[in-house]
Write a protein that binds this ligand. Sequence first.
Ligand code: HEM
Length: 148
Amino acid sequence: MQVSKRYSPSEISLHTTKKDCWLFIHGKVYDVTTFLEDHPGGEEVLLNASANGDATESFEEVGHSSTAISMMESYVIGVVEGYEGSAAGGGAPNTKGAMGGGAVSARTLKERRPPPSSSFLDLLLPVLILGLAFGAWYYLTFYSKAKA
Ligand code: HEM
């Protein structure tokens, strides 16, 4: 792939319109102009991300699927000048890009898993409600009859 062209942040910031929209995520530059209309999250979020400069944080916050992450590769046009992350490999053969994407998706999935401690409460609450219901039924059926 030809992912070695470098762009300065100020050059990237010249492309923030519907007809010409670039953004960068993890140091890689994406031309998402043709993707604006097809983006499931809407074109506005991409335009905003483009205007804000670095879109890494907003991209990560959404917790994009691995499908989304692999789609990104078709929009890469280069890397950010001076970026010192794994994406800017300094012209080395680039197996790094794909591996970086995978690591990100694994981390994102891990962070979004719900805490396991809630499962105990999940079980206890229905048992308590059932116990109360049974108690009320028992009282109404037998105790009040015995009194009459
Ligand atoms: C080249 C970059 C991008 C690609 C290829 C992409 C792709 C996708 C895809 C395929 C989805 C559907 C859900 C999924 O599979 O995760 C999605 C949803 C979404 N994306 Fe992106 N996206 C990109 C950049 C961004 C950026 C920079 C933002 C942040 C501002 C963003 C915000 C969203 C939102 C808000 C949703 C909707 C999530 C939902 O409804 O649950 N995306 N994107």
